[in-house]
Ligand binder design. Structure first.
Ligand code: HEM
Ligand code: HEM
Length: 241
């Protein structure tokens, strides 16, 4: 494993170690909050607040983990000196990255409805903007193709949008039954997408070769499923030379 390979497993490792355990806790507390409210189950009154507090960390964590993936993919696609668009484009993309993180922090802090809407949209737009770069691998951009629905990228940015929505609408979900129902629908979809991400992410991890293997593996024909034969090894030098 070289440094570049470690960079590539940063995102999957963070997802497995931080995000998925958090998902388990948030879902469990969400179900308990509902059981307390609807079935009058005897559960601690803190379930709802704990769910939303951990939900906030989950939303922010998902955005950051996706930003890590996008940054790694864009930065490592070609050597620094051959970066498409040169320093100017690199600076532009860096500004989008910093702007997205600042919007997320602002979304966490602000209270007024208008500000929450603006920072939520800015955060998602930042993720989509970085994701739209040609360096980012997307199975398909056509929703009518089967590949689109198997794409780790599209389900990923979709679930980011749903998490940002819940983070931005926290006060409304707490106060208003219609918003809570909307949150339930959005969260059920998010739970399915998280499941899909676990599967497509593991698939992608299996398909991405280590950096020293790339020159050979990328010579393979993925449609015909054949690889070029290895070049014959250098013949051993004659004995005594
Ligand atoms: C996979 C993610 C999530 C799932 C499955 C989920 C599920 C739920 C469920 C089942 C409820 C109870 C609804 C009811 O009482 O009818 C709930 C309530 C709530 N959720 Fe989530 N949720 C998720 C993420 C989030 C996030 C990211 C936030 C943002 C901070 C959030 C904020 C809230 C709030 C404020 C409530 C109301 C709590 C209360 O009644 O005290 N949730 N959620
Ligand atoms: C929280 C759930 C997850 C979300 C929202 C998510 C989202 C994303 C996004 C948007 C990308 C960039 C587009 C791309 O290169 O395909 C990406 C890359 C990638 N994801 Fe995930 N992902 C999640 C979980 C996982 C898991 C559990 C794994 C594997 C165990 C994984 C493996 C990968 C791999 C190998 C890449 C390629 C780039 C890299 O490693 O940095 N992802 N992910």
């Amino acid at each position: 494993m070289e440094t570049i390979d470690w960079l590539w497993i940063l995102h999957p490792a963070l997802a497995v170690v931080l995000i998925y355990p958090l998902i388990g806790m948030v879902v469990r507390l969400g179900i308990q909050a509902r059981q307390r409210r609807v079935d009058r189950a005897k559960l601690p009154p803190t379930t709802g607040r704990d769910h939303a507090d951990l939900g906030q960390w989950l939303s922010a964590g998902v955005v950051l983990v996706v930003l890590v993936a996008l940054t790694v993919v864009i930065v490592t696609k070609q050597p620094a000196e051959g970066f498409t668009g040169g320093g100017a484009r690199a600076l532009q993309l860096l500004l989008v990255l910093v702007g997205t993180v600042v919007s997320l922090l602002a979304l966490w802090q602000v209270k007024a409805k208008g500000y929450r809407l603006v920072f939520a949209l800015l955060t998602w737009a930042g993720v989509l903007g970085l994701g739209a770069q040609p360096e980012v691998w997307r199975l398909s951009d056509n929703p009518l193709s089967a590949e689109f629905w198997q794409s780790h990228y599209w389900a990923g940015v979709g679930v980011v949008g749903l998490m940002i929505f819940s983070l931005a609408a926290r006060p409304e979900i707490l106060k208003d039954l219609r918003w809570r129902r909307l949150h339930l629908t959005a969260s059920a979809l998010a739970a399915v997408l998280f499941l899909v991400q676990g599967i497509t992410g593991s698939r992608d991890l299996l398909e991405i070769p280590l950096s020293w293997q790339k020159p050979t593996i990328f010579g393979c024909d993925s449609v015909k499923r054949v690889c070029p034969p290895f070049a014959p090894a250098d013949p051993a030098p004659p004995v005594g030379s």
